[in-house]
Design a protein around this ligand. Structure first.
Ligand SMILES: *[C@@H]1O[C@H](CO)[C@@H](O)[C@H](O)[C@H]1NC(C)=O
Ligand SMILES: *[C@@H]1O[C@H](CO)[C@@H](O)[C@H](O)[C@H]1NC(C)=O
Ligand SMILES: *[C@@H]1O[C@H](CO)[C@@H](O)[C@H](O)[C@H]1NC(C)=O
Ligand SMILES: *[C@@H]1O[C@H](CO)[C@@H](O)[C@H](O)[C@H]1NC(C)=O
Length: 224
């Protein structure tokens, strides 16, 4: 069963689309994409690929208990003051202006990312099933108070089932993937590697059993 692996099949499925998009960008930028390509955001709204951030949550004794390495893009729909209508914005999180914090319990770990001036608070909560030793991203919440917002936005979903992994291993997905949270809020992740449970030291995975091994195993399993 591939579902016990660290990477979802749809995570791999995005690869072809991205390669196609990269080719179009490099050589055929003015050529219209094939009709099978999904619609993309209007070019002037495209913030480009987000920079990858490395975020660590530590216990009170200073040891790392959650590691995350990822580029994050927020896709938010809100009422704009300047345009006096509902707009959709795609915004990259800037790692050098984003502060991580959080907490780690035996079956629950949280990562809170706060941007400059606390205008955006983004929380990821991971849950561990101590019977099966599997974890997943179970909850995401966002509160944002951007200058152009008519009222602050707050979105929360406590019944998510994303980024499924195994205790002691990281979850990894190098391609872009979209985490839908609410009708007005989704997150695009890039080059994601996260480990919310079972860290030894401040490195991902344990010895040879890194997330990369899980990724390769999963890819060969899918291609068989
Ligand atoms: C943002 O979300 C909207 C609505 O879900 C979607 O149509 C659009 O493609 C998304 N844009 C990006 C760049 O993810
Ligand atoms: C935890 O895993 C066990 C064994 O796979 C399963 O029976 C149980 O329903 C799971 N618990 C939750 C809360 O998902
Ligand atoms: C983010 O969290 C901080 C600290 O709790 C709070 O002061 C700030 O108002 C929050 N920002 C938003 C947009 O909710
Ligand atoms: C929470 O996320 C799930 C999975 O994406 C979705 O089916 C559900 O509608 C969401 N709930 C809310 C309140 O947006």
């Amino acid at each position: 069963m591939t579902q016990i692996r660290g990477v979802q099949p749809w995570c791999l499925g995005v690869t072809l689309h991205l390669i196609l998009a990269a080719v179009l960008h490099q050589g055929l930028a003015t050529v219209a994409p094939p009709t099978t390509a999904p619609p993309t955001a209007a070019p002037h709204k495209d913030p480009g690929r987000p920079e990858k951030g490395n975020y660590v949550v530590t216990r009170s004794n200073g040891s790392a208990c959650l590691l995350a390495s990822m580029g994050l893009q927020l896709n938010i729909t809100f009422n704009s003051v300047s345009q006096n209508k509902t707009v959709q914005e795609v915004v990259n999180l800037q790692p050098n202006m984003t502060k991580p914090s959080g907490s780690c319990d035996s079956d629950r770990a949280s990562l809170l990312l706060t941007t400059d001036a606390e205008k955006t608070n983004l929380t990821f909560i991971f849950t561990l099933n101590v019977t099966s030793n599997k974890y997943h991203l179970s909850e995401v919440s966002l509160s944002a108070d951007w200058p152009d917002m008519k009222e602050p936005l707050s979105a929360n979903n406590r019944s998510l089932d994303y980024l499924r992994g195994t205790f002691g291993f990281s979850y990894m997905c190098h391609e872009e993937q979209t985490l839908s949270v609410a009708p007005d809020f989704s997150i695009n992740t890039f080059q994601l590697q996260v480990q919310p449970f079972g860290l030894t030291g401040d490195q991902f995975g344990a010895g040879k059993h890194s997330g990369l091994v899980e990724l390769i195993e999963s890819e060969s399993a899918v291609s068989l």
